[in-house]
Write a protein that binds this ligand. Sequence first.
Ligand code: BGC
Length: 383
Amino acid sequence: MKKRLFKISVVLLAALSIWSCSKTEKPSDATMEKLNVSDYAVSPAGDSIKQYTLKNKNGMEAKIINYGAIITSLTAPDKNGKFQDIVLGYTKPEDYFNGNPYFFGALIGRYGNRIANAKFELDGKTYDLDKNDGSNHLHGGKKGFYTKLWKVDEKGSNDHTLKLDYTSADGEEGFPGKLDVSVIYTLNDDNALEIEYSATTDKKTIVNLTQHSYFNLSGNFTQPITDHELQLKAAQYIPVNNTLIPTGELKNVAGTPFDFNQSKLIGKDIEAADEQLKLGKGYDHCWVLDGKGLRTIGSLYHPATGRVMEVITTEPGVQFYSGNFLDGKYNTKTGGKNEFRTGLCLETQHYPDSPNQPSFPSVVLEPGQKYETKTIYKFSVKK
Ligand code: BGC
């Protein structure tokens, strides 16, 4: 009898402890995982735009809005543990709504980068796109994905992760096929911002998604990025013509200002007498990245603050744009103006104008296939 009572009480105690554990853990789990949301602004279309704040356990924060899946801020620690915002952005929501002239923080689609003469052919049919960059098409057009209202998948989101979905209609901005797109931003506890892109289509189409954040690791948005050091693991880059469309050639970087295989000060060669630098008004080119699969393709380092950003991606190319078209028309988030070269982009993507360049890796997506790419911006410090 005594033995039985003992057994029952052991079982009861165990059950009680499981119950109390789950009771105490549950509320903290719930707070841990709750998606942080705040009101951002009302868009011209009357949509209530929300801002979502992702946090990690080290104190980093990423803010993203459901308008254009735009990153409006991202903080990272310097070598003294000081957190500062290190991505450019506007001070007023209207500037994101009124066309986002610099594509600050924008999620770019359906096609990142330029398409020559704003047209391409698929199976003998010509598709005409928006000419929003002279006679070329740039970053999905004037009404690209960075102007769209994205749907937040609450179930797939928490305080570290934001999942956004968008359906691009057949014919939108001239592209064929209804494209279902998902973008998952995750700020993980390794101080890495991961971006996972996926898409499916109901008709043969082209896809090249990217993220257009401008980084300035100094945390001072009036300071030129020429004092950053950059490494890009690439033996070749893609020369362009005077409208920044690839000539079709892949050129070796060795012996040119485009060689970043050893980490190099961006300002070192940017003013060199080089035809390609003249055409780009600085660096505005796609590097042909070494290797395949998810790999580290380079890093950005700001010696004065010690901030380091590694870039890891599945993509074959990266557009390094040294902010040559920033022209001081807008205020920065920390005062002063966004002037020439005060931010830089490292846009992981397929090569520009791929639909018209048969020798470049294909950007075609067919029904039944899944487009999947991943890019990680990982932060650390060097003392
Ligand atoms: C392009 C630049 C362009 C900029 C617009 C970059 O991705 O390479 O040429 O001016 O986007 O913000």
